[in-house]
Design a protein around this ligand. Sequence first.
Ligand code: ISJ
Length: 357
Amino acid sequence: MNDKLTPLREQIDAIDAQILDLLNQRAKVAQQVGHVKAETNAPVFRPEREAQVLRGVAERNPGPMGDTELQTIWREIMSACRSLEKRVTIAFLGPAGTYTEQAAYQQFGTAVDVLPCSSIDEVFRATEAGTAEFGVVPVENSTEGAIGRTLDLLLHTSLSISGEVSLAVRHSLLTGTGNMDGVTAICAHAQALAQCQIWLNNNYPDIERRAVSSNAEAARMARDDHSIAAIAGERAGVRYGLGTVKANIQDDPHNRTRFAVIGQLKAGPSGQDRTSLALAAPHKAGSIYRLLGSLARHNVSMTRFESRPARTGTWEYYFYVDVEGHVQDEGVAKALEELQGNAAFFKVLGSYPVSLT
Ligand SMILES: C=C(O[C@@H]1C=C(C(=O)O)C=C[C@H]1O)C(=O)O
């Protein structure tokens, strides 16, 4: 047995030495890139370039390594290289252990400084003030729909969306003991309670449900008080030392949440981009039809159309529209120019590379 293993391990050691050498070669080039950027005051983080590198890895991958696993490794390589140019600070909807934290690492890798914030408003404030270069906030959930507060704040912020992250959201029922003995309340964010309501109705119809500020906060409460069960991701469970009563209790097995990366940066075109817009239509017959007609005429595909009350008490709405392509793409530019002329309110929230997952 050992005789067979020894030469194989020697091969791995030799390959590791090459990987180590190549990684440091890559890091030195990234440092040079950093010097060039510093001379011109150019942004360190370039999401369009990182998206291209990650797509290229999957396209060129001959296997047996999986595309997703390689992309995870490359994300960390780029994160480490980037941190040699400059370490960026990322604000996110905390506390530690939330899905938003996971989304932040998914976008930037782990060689970043993080600033957990207690509300979506605080993420916007910290990023607008420059305390963090980027912020990460939830935008919509495939079961429960839009995160209203994020949409409201996007309307008037000076920040742009420079990235999107889509994560599979799986909820577990967690307690300090790993069972439900003595549990009198199930705590979670209101969104998570809503995403698990059928399962809760079927299994624990009589236990009180209590909405708290985040699932991670519920996990922290469950750690300190064994009369409380939390609904949260396994990540939060591990972080707070909880036992799993039942995993995957979300009503929709395909439950996903989409997050936006916000910051001063406007991402360049990566070749596979999306553009988010906020619009209001004038109070005239056919005005929405005219707005959307501009997209159709220039062959621009719409991937999302969402309305939200303008909060004027007059049944006026803002429309949140996502289209395929980048504002610098010719068709998109023409469509938006035309659309802007017909809109009562028009704002490009940002163009950014399409999420890998
Ligand atoms: C090295 C660069 O800086 C950063 C690091 C990257 C990398 O490690 O590949 C890619 C894009 C940037 O976010 C670059 O802009 O090319």
